[in-house]
Design a protein around this ligand. Structure first.
Ligand code: WT7
Length: 576
């Protein structure tokens, strides 16, 4: 297949990218060189101070940091100074509630302004912030709050009922603060806006996020304050953020992108950021790009494909001429999406690769570098990436293997909360193995091939099959369930469940109509107990699941059958 290359013209003067010679910087740069880009207190480092407070010492004090708008059209804006003062107030309030360094404070909030300044406030007192996606339901919340041992939870009136239902199971949770209750707003008002910012060690824990693997409960990936170093540098090099930009990252801080590039790395560069607290809607998205004169836009392939489906006429109704740089993350960026971007915006989406565990962008396409369409680009300067086999042996070029990174990089996770062995299992022969398969070409570009495990990526969101299976099995009609990601043109993958029904249920659901009704009920059940985004869009009833003799569900066999592919080695299978 002939490579399709999008050639970049060399930009100079005001148009020169922040990183204007990838090869040169990649060959010379070490992380020590990043020191002057962030503010240190004598060797200690606070990520939230870097995101916001340091700008208050400069001309950026009264610059707008956050333009906020919700679905109903309510608008707010906050300067760096305001974010600094509000986060100080929340920090002081949390101290009044007994929060100390190292305590976990969780945020179960939609994308309201309180989420942003509370996150910063938590880091500023040296506590650990945890974010919970607002679509989570009881089971997902319980797993995360229980494992983290969160002491305080901030939520809204609407979301609180889900927490009330599981409160009994959370002995370590001491306080629930409801940010839209007058008691909270009054306490924040009264609270002092002067705060001594914790002089945290760069390796002190700052925030944590739960993410899914193939088996078991979600894992608490813990990051330290040092992460801001790489988040800052990549926001600068890859997103190419500048003072005059208005930047829009469409991610939710319930996921790592929303923390690294909507709070820490982006604000640390002093950029004005837009947050839209609403659902995806093509016309509304274009309206926002137009209205706020967005220049740099960081989004995800599923959203791009949905915009493509909404058609080009819609784009033409809006003035998007101020857009200058587009980036994408979370799942493979298909070449058609890049070609479409070039056609309708005159700009190429720049693919970036990273993970919750890596804490910041690790492989990327840079404004100064030609894009091989379909490739994820090259390693961030300061990082070593390679393709290795399962034993951690470097495979060199043109071979399929594990995408691996050489530890440590500044934003590398520090541990898996309360599961040190799980953390160790990521490393083999001096490499961090990402769980992704890929290939490296002769020019140093990385290509994504697929996951090495059963982790599902649906609309860019990572879902563990085990969590969905467990939720299904909790329904009285279900004996067993096996869950896979099924390729989908729009969402990348959708969740498909194979379900074995109770005998009596099986007998009473012989008709197609009864089966459809039950499938709908099961989907809703998962939605209601686990999460709004993690439910099976397809369910198939089967008699028996393929299993190993030790009883492990063989999802790869379900997947191969679904796709009509050869099932491969079945010698370890139980009689099937
Ligand atoms: C997984 C990590 C990192 C921010 C959001 C996702 C997949 C990520 C790409 C890309 C193909 C990608 C990988 C990875 N992924 N970026 N550019 N091309 N796949 O974080 O939820 O931890 O998911 O997302 O499979 O392992 P996450």
């Amino acid at each position: 297949m002939k490579e399709e290359i999008y050639k970049k013209k060399k930009q100079t003067g005001d148009h020169a990218p922040n990183l204007d010679d990838y090869a040169k910087v990649a060959s010379e740069f070490t992380w020590k060189d990043a020191r002057p880009y962030v503010d240190w207190f004598d060797g200690s480092l606070n990520a939230a101070y870097n995101a916001v407070d340091r700008h208050v010492q400069t001309w950026r004090k009264n610059k707008v940091a956050l333009y906020w708008e919700d679905e109903a059209g309510n608008e707010k804006k906050y300067t760096f100074d305001e974010l600094s003062l509000l986060s100080n107030k929340v920090g002081n309030l949390l101290k009044d509630f007994g929060v100390e360094r190292g305590d976990r404070v969780f945020l179960f909030l939609p994308r309201i302004p309180e989420l942003y300044f509370s996150f910063l406030g938590i880091l500023k007192i040296g506590a650990i912030a945890g974010t919970l996606f607002s679509a989570f339901q009881e089971q997902a919340l319980c797993d995360r709050l229980e494992n983290s041992g969160a002491k305080v939870l901030l939520t809204t009136r609407d979301l609180k009922s889900r927490v009330d239902a599981i409160r009994k199971k959370l002995p370590e949770l001491k306080h629930i603060l409801v940010v839209d209750e007058p008691t909270f707003t009054k306490s924040v008002e009264k609270s002092s806006d002067v705060l001594h910012i914790a002089q945290t060690d760069p390796d002190d824990y700052a925030f944590m996020l739960y993410t899914s693997g193939t088996t078991g409960k979600p894992k608490g990936v813990v990051h330290s304050h040092r992460a801001v170093v790489q988040e800052h540098m990549t926001a600068r090099w890859v997103l190419d953020l500048r003072d005059e930009d208005t930047y829009w990252c469409t991610a939710d801080p319930g996921w790592v992108t929303g923390i690294a590039y909507e709070i820490l790395g982006s604000w640390s560069n002093g950029v004005a950021a837009l947050v839209y607290a609403g659902r995806f809607d093509p016309d509304r998205w274009y309206t926002l790009l137009d209205k706020y004169n967005v220049t740099v836009w960081y989004t995800a392939p599923t959203a791009i494909r949905m915009l493509m489906a909404a058609g080009q006429d819609l784009v033409k109704k809006h003035n998007l001429s101020h857009l200058r740089h587009l980036c994408s993350v979370g799942e493979p960026l298909n070449p058609e999406a890049i070609r479409w971007g070039l056609k309708v915006f005159g700009l190429a989406f720049h693919d970036t690769w990273w993970q919750t565990e890596t804490g910041a962008i690790c492989i990327a396409n840079y404004p100064c570098m030609d894009i091989k369409i379909g490739s994820m680009g090259k390693p961030v300067p300061g990082l070593t990436a390679s393709i290795v086999d399962d034993k951690g042996q470097d495979l060199g070029i043109n071979k399929e293997g594990n995408i691996a990174l050489k530890p440590k990089w500044p934003s590398m996770m520090h541990t898996i909360w309360r599961r040190p062995q799980k953390y160790q299992s990521y490393f083999t022969n001096g490499w961090y193995l990402s769980g992704d398969r890929g290939m490296l070409d002769k020019d140093g570009y990385f290509w994504f091939i697929g996951r090495a495990d059963d982790v599902i990526k649906t609309s860019g969101e990572r879902v563990g099959p085990f969590e969905v299976e467990s939720a299904l099995v909790a329904h009285p009609a279900v004996v067993e369930a096996g869950v896979i990601g099924k390729p989908d043109a729009m969402r990348g993958e959708i969740i498909k469940a194979f379900v074995v029904l109770e005998k009596s249920v099986l007998e009473s659901t012989k008709t197609k109509a009864a089966q459809e009704k039950l499938k709908e009920e099961l989907s809703q059940y998962v939605k209601k107990h686990l999460a709004g985004h993690a439910y099976p869009r397809e369910i198939e009833f089967i008699d028996k699941l393929p299993k190993t003799r030790s009883g492990k569900i063989m999802r790869r066999i379900l997947k191969a059958k679904e796709l009509g592919l050869p099932v491969g080695d079945t010698s370890t299978l139980e009689d099937y």
